[in-house]
Ligand binder design. Sequence first.
Ligand code: UT7
Length: 303
Amino acid sequence: MGICIKSIGMYVPDNVITNKDLESKINTSDEWITTRTGIKQRYIADKESLYDMAIKAGKMAMEKANMDEVDIIIVATLSPETLFPSTACVVQEHIKARFAFDISAACSGFLYGLDIAKVYLESSNANSVLLIGTEKLSSLLDWSDRSTCVLFGDGAGAAVITKGEGDILSSVMFSDGKYKDILYAKRCDYLKMNGKEVFKHAVRNMESACKIALEKANLTPEDISLVIPHQANIRIINTLTERLNLDPSKVYVNVNKYANTSAASIPIAMYEAFEKGILKRKDKILLTAMGGGFTWGAAVLEF
Ligand code: UT7
């Protein structure tokens, strides 16, 4: 028996902010944002809290899995509302679980969470994990800084992970604290980023993580039905696609619609791809992400 992503859920706020909307607020243009990032719009929470989004995505995944409790809730977020209690404990008040905790791995949070879920399911008495990536990045943005505020969005994605059909064929995680000053948010301050440096490292790190994950799974890019990369910038995704020699039609892209939702980005993309029938059961898929820390990784799944 392997590790099964039994179901996926997601939630984004009602409020959509388009590039055109931003044009009237800061010195930017739809043309600049589109050509540099591929982003056309983002969802920004005006009435929803980080918790609301996490609970809604989590509940959707639970309903789709036909379950009303899990052993463990893991929440990945870089935009928690409180230092403690953890976001996961707040979610646990609404979704029954034995214990709950948060992880901090920035945009790689969902992948790190998947890796942790696998370890718990394989080597403890836990049979089920609800993994949620949730972000209210709008609360960390300086809305007068055009170099960052156009890039991010809010939302949550969730997956119920159990023992069962399917498997995590390989999962490789990395981090390097040497780059801690390139992308960060200090307590009570805005998110800061050296975009060009992050871009360079994102391509290089995701490329190498994907190669290692594929090798560990004994697979080549041709064996993969769908690649779901972290959605930060279409140019990063396209460069990665070229460097790994991937068929672009096998690479899922929705950064245009959601912008960068950090830990929520991969589960939101998985949810969409599955609902559209692009991601199918038994498909071999490759996930990859890179974020502040730096943290990065890749995983090959039989879905
Ligand atoms: O999940 C991981 C987190 N983040 C990322 O993956 C982001 C990685 N980095 C990137 O995606 C890109 O580096 C950015 C999209 C952030 C920036 O693209 P770039 O091609 O590296 O642009 P740049 O920073 O070199 O800026 C070019 C110009 C600058 O003007 P000057 O100095 O050439 O006159 C900026 O001031 O573009 C200007 N600029 C803007 N102009 C209009 C920066 N932001 C904007 C903006 N609208 N929003």
